[in-house]
Design a protein around this ligand. Structure first.
Ligand SMILES: NC(=O)c1ccc[n+]([C@@H]2O[C@H](COP(=O)([O-])OP(=O)(O)OC[C@H]3O[C@@H](n4cnc5c(N)ncnc54)[C@H](OP(=O)(O)O)[C@@H]3O)[C@@H](O)[C@H]2O)c1
Length: 383
């Protein structure tokens, strides 16, 4: 009979970080975003991840497969890989389309039901604004109802998330894709037990976001990095000719040769070891060998301090590091009309509004400005 734990890594040796509430979170999270092409593989891959020792699953309503992940969890219990879902640390995310307070409790209930659990370890607000795009949409899609960050509305969402935490359905709460200004506003306006404990954000060697990450960490907010190896099979809407590939970077390749590991492992080893081992990573694979290999950097230091420095840099000419501000998720499908097509506005905090009223005033002045601009352009075209 084959050993059901063949090649498995003991969850005991997987490192954890302490959240500000004192709970431990395994630093390696198995991602369940399916990149459209892999949906059919996700049950088997998630089951294999649990068998091989992953105990932190990163899920989201937006991935449209919480039921499939739930089936994998139930099968893992049946097969004896875990004794109950309590052996797992499960992260879930409130989708943008459910941020209206009345929709949040039903959305969470559906998530809990599909995953087959009674409470979720960590519930993140997926994006700071309620803008939706159709699943599998193309990169040129825009939703005319999209809005920028409006703090008044976000606080209403957050209050409901906090209520569900107090009701025991959520253990810890966090954000995802928050920026500095939106986090400062949130921290300004919430009680100590309503602070987010974690922010999940895009982080990989060519997109390190060191300043933003340090800000979150200085506030006691742990940062987990998604697309930790550069998401080579991300949907085409998130692929642009300006992008570079982390795993093909010459420094990453050089370090992989020095360590005798894959380029992917170097990327996630960097995620596990960067700056005082303060954070974690989320990666996915549908391949058993890579599922196992991706857990190893959470169990031991693969990189020397010098190799970490070669990737991170320290701001000196001698150690420039390899950060290239290579953001993979531009988020252009979430853009609101007044962003005028510039995806950078999603990230640079230049259009953040305290109230709905403030945004409406800005919108009307932008509309009249736009009308003048159009009239001028048409006028010119007429000559
Ligand atoms: N909060 C958010 O807004 C947000 C946004 C994006 C993603 N996420 C989370 O982050 C997770 C990871 O993101 P991602 O899947 O886009 O990016 P990723 O983990 O960087 O890349 C995964 C891809 O890399 C390949 N791969 C995995 N391990 C490898 C290795 N060791 N060497 C070479 N290739 C390897 C996989 O293909 P194979 O299957 O063939 O191995 C898979 O296609 C998602 O599943 C999701 O849970 C969160």
């Amino acid at each position: 009979m084959t050993d059901p734990f063949s090649q498995a890594i003991s969850p005991e040796i997987v490192r954890s970080i302490s959240l500000s509430t004192g709970r431990k979170m395994p630093i390696a999270a198995y991602g369940t975003f399916h990149s459209d092409w892999a949906q059919a593989l996700m049950k088997g891959a998630t089951l294999e991840a649990i068998r091989l020792g992953w105990r932190h699953l990163d899920t989201a309503r937006a991935y449209e497969n919480e039921d499939v992940v739930g089936e994998a969890i139930r099968e893992a219990i049946r097969k004896g890989y875990i004794s109950s879902a309590n052996d797992l640390f499960i992260t879930g995310k409130l989708w943008n389309g459910h941020m209206s307070p009345k929709d949040i409790a039903p959305a969470l209930d559906k998530t809990l039901q599909d995953l087959g659990i009674e409470q979720i370890d960590l519930y993140l607000n997926h994006w700071p604004w309620p803008n939706v795009h159709a699943p599998g949409c193309t990169g040129d899609q825009r939703n005319p109802d999209a809005v920028p960050y409006i703090h008044e509305a976000f606080l209403e969402t957050w209050a409901e998330i906090c209520k569900l935490k107090k009701a025991g359905k959520i253990i810890d709460i966090g954000t995802s894709n928050h920026t500095r200004a939106t986090m400062e506003l949130l921290l300004r306006d919430v009680a100590a037990d309503e602070r987010p404990v974690c922010n999940q954000m895009e982080l990989h060697p060519l997109f390190q976001q060191a300043e933003l990450r340090r800000y979150f960490e200085s506030e006691g907010i742990a940062c987990t990095g998604y697309m930790a190896m550069g998401s080579p099979k991300r949907p085409s809407r998130d692929k642009f000719k300006e992008h570079r590939s982390d795993m093909h970077d010459p420094v990453i390749q050089e370090i992989a040769r020095e360590c005798g590991v894959s380029a992917g492992q170097v990327c996630i080893a960097w995620a596990a070891q960067r700056e005082n081992h303060s954070g974690g990573y989320v990666v996915m694979s549908t391949n058993a060998e890579r599922i196992r290999e991706n857990l190893v950097p959470a169990t031991k230091n693969i990189l020397s301090a010098e190799q970490v420095l070669r990737i991170s840099g320290d701001g000196t000419d001698a150690n420039p590091g390899i950060d290239a501000n290579n953001r993979l998720i531009w988020g252009q499908v979430f853009l609101w009309p007044e962003a005028d097509g510039d995806w950078r506005l999603l990230w640079d905090d230049s259009q953040v509004f305290l109230t709905r009223d403030g945004y409406q005033k800005f919108k009307s002045s932008w509309n009249s400005h736009h009308a003048v601009q159009l009239a001028t352009t048409h006028g010119r075209a007429g000559h």
